[in-house]
Design a protein around this ligand. Structure first.
Ligand SMILES: [Zn+2]
Length: 70
């Protein structure tokens, strides 16, 4: 994929996999320097592969989906 990441976090507050709240703080504040739980865990490639292309790199997967894939 060659899509450049957005300059600012998009207000994507929902998990692209289950549609539930993703708890992403940068999405809520609009700042990438806002600490987020998702920086402390590794998302398996098999999980990221399930994210629709138009959401990849833009919407956070929620903790529940991340843990269920681990
Ligand atoms: Zn989810």
């Amino acid at each position: 994929m060659n899509t450049a990441p957005p300059a600012r976090p998009l207000p994507e507050m929902r998990c692209p996999l289950c549609g539930g709240p993703n708890g992403c703080l940068p999405a809520a504040t609009g700042r990438f320097d806002t600490p987020c739980w998702c920086r402390d865990i590794a998302f398996p490639a098999s999980l990221l592969a399930q994210v629709p292309a138009d959401k990849a790199g833009r919407a956070c997967v929620c903790a529940k989906c991340a843990q269920s894939a681990a």
